[in-house]
Design a binder for this molecule. Structure first.
Ligand SMILES: Cc1cc2nc3c(=O)[nH]c(=O)nc-3n(C[C@H](O)[C@H](O)[C@H](O)COP(=O)(O)OP(=O)(O)OC[C@H]3O[C@@H](n4cnc5c(N)ncnc54)[C@H](O)[C@@H]3O)c2cc1C
Length: 476
């Protein structure tokens, strides 16, 4: 290992440098299938400390992987070249809340739910909110351009970021963006950092656009005996001009997993659609709900139940929120893996895409599920497989390739919100073939020594099974 531990301790203090094997294992994986141990973990508390660490790493050409909660699903924070993992969770101060300007300024380690709890007394919220909001940090969300259940109405992270302070690979601190809702002052460099997955700079402060909290919310579920009917309902709701604040799909695999794990007693049907409207006055919310209900009924949706009650809404939504963990309980021996997990397809292809996922799974000896924030075009799937069997990885690889062949054939994209990192890079490189050179030029210009989260995105290996270590004991 060629890292000067004493030097790092001098920057952040002894208690904030971890290099025992147990700690390195904890920081060696995230919510993906990959694993690789860092040489050392540092936990800075200030932007000046971040600058010093980066300056040192750049001079010595040591990889640095910024890390929030480690909930990324494609190996984002896995340090495949070793080096320093920079845990930013201690930089978790909310610096300013300015309701009149509809903005707040935060450090990158602030957890999404904590921020929204702090904003509530001001009658404001920060909308991107992924299902992982209990742990996901604002820095990780910006670096992944995360989105969530309410993005169908309020947009993704990129729509709620006004500006940021970023430490570049040479240690310089730059201010990007502005404090205003509109800005046409040259290159939109803050936008370049959104979705850059820790490869272009370390976000040390963010200025976020806030939205007034709606006064009323109504959530409903509709059951469907045919998956296609559920998909068509979602497409029609969006193209009707209705304004859902949530529009989610759960197929039968998801329903079964949730019922096994959470005992919610969801109906045993091919699919459930969750739809929600929010607003200032009940009449407006009722109007949106009526349109959506009628569309579901037109597509044979039944058993439609609605609730304005916050507790009941939380109960109904809990199945969807906890789905990722629940999927590993679907069938004894099968684990839930994130491989082709969050593509986006055009609105009209939602139903077809859901069905394709099941056909592809059947052909390739794995179980797959169709669910997600389908209202915003995002179709989730997970591959449920026995990760200890070598042949299952070959099955999964074929399934992933088929999923993306389909997605690209209908004009979709690799990732709606979880990002690319390692697992999705081989397919994504095909989708973005004509802009890879541009991306490599940007990376080279901003990080000539390739120290920031190296070998991810455009520089990731082409075979995620053989080129990285998997965090499962795979038998031949
Ligand atoms: C159960 C579950 C549900 C999820 N649901 C959703 C969902 O609904 N929507 C969604 O979008 N995602 C979802 N995710 C994926 C993930 O939670 C999000 O992408 C989240 O934004 C990652 O945040 P994090 O703090 O865990 O980042 P990490 O996983 O720690 O890091 C993610 C990437 O960001 C970089 N990074 C982190 N902090 C910084 C920083 N300060 N500066 C520069 N780069 C940085 C890292 O290097 C890495 O490349 C889910 C994950 C799980 C496990």
């Amino acid at each position: 290992m060629k890292v000067d531990i004493e030097k790092l301790k001098g920057i952040v203090g002894e208690e904030n440098v971890k290099d025992n094997v147990a700690d390195l294992y904890i920081y060696g994986s995230d919510a993906s299938v990959h694993e690789a141990l860092p040489w050392v973990v540092v936990r800075p508390k200030t932007k000046e400390q971040v600058q010093e660490i980066i300056r040192y790493a750049n001079a010595e050409v040591i990889p640095v992987v910024p890390r929030g909660a480690g909930s990324g699903m494609s190996g984002h924070a896995v340090p495949i070249d070793g080096g320093i993992v920079m845990d930013l969770k201690q930089m978790n101060r909310i610096l300013e809340i300015r309701p009149q300007d509809m903005l707040c300024k935060v450090e990158p380690g602030v957890v999404d739910d904590d921020l929204n709890r702090a904003l509530k007394p001001y009658g404001m919220f920060y909308p991107p909110t992924p299902a992982s909001s209990k742990i996901a940090t604002i820095g990780g969300e910006i670096a992944n351009n995360a989105s969530g259940v309410r993005s169908v109405k309020y947009g993704a992270t990129r729509d709620s970021v006004l500006g940021m302070k970023v430490v570049l690979a040479n240690g310089d601190l730059v201010n990007l963006g502005s404090n205003t809702r509109v800005e046409a002052s040259g290159y939109q460099l803050d936008r370049l950092i959104v979705g850059s997955e820790g490869t272009l700079g370390v976000i040390v402060e963010a200025t976020l656009l806030l939205t007034p909290l709606p006064k009323i919310r109504c959530l409903a579920t509709a059951s469907f005996n045919k998956l296609e009917d559920a998909g068509e309902s979602i497409s029609d709701i969006i193209s009707s001009g209705a304004l859902p604040s949530m529009l989610e799909l759960m197929d039968n695999v998801a329903i079964t997993a949730v019922n096994k794990t959470l005992n919610l007693g969801l109906p045993d049907v091919e699919a459930i659609v969750l739809f929600e409207a929010d607003g200032k006055v009940k009449e407006a919310v009722d109007y949106e709900m009526k349109i959506m209900k009628e569309i579901c009924e037109r597509h044979n949706g039944f058993g439609i139940e609605m609730s304005y009650d916050a507790k009941e809404r939380t109960r109904i939504y809990s199945g969807r929120k906890k789905l990722f963990a629940a999927l590993s309980r679907y069938k004894e021996g099968l684990s839930c893996t994130s491989l082709a997990d969050d593509m986006a397809v055009p609105n009209s292809k939602m139903a077809e895409c859901a069905r394709k996922i099941h056909e592809i799974a059947e052909r390739n000896n794995v179980v797959m599920t169709a669910y997600g924030h389908c209202g915003s075009g995002c179709m989730h799937t997970k591959i449920l497989m026995d990760p200890t069997k070598k042949e299952q990885w070959e099955d999964a690889k074929r399934a992933v390739a088929e999923v993306y062949d389909y997605v690209y054939s209908v004009g979709g994209t690799t990732s709606a919100e979880h990002g690319i990192a390692l697992s999705k890079a081989p397919s994504w490189k095909k989708e973005k073939a004509d802009s890879l050179a541009m991306m490599r030029a940007i990376k080279k210009a901003l990080d000539p020594n390739n120290i920031l989260n190296p070998h991810k995105l455009q520089d990731a290996p082409d075979d995620w099974v053989t080129a990285t270590r998997l965090r499962y004991p795979v038998r031949a």
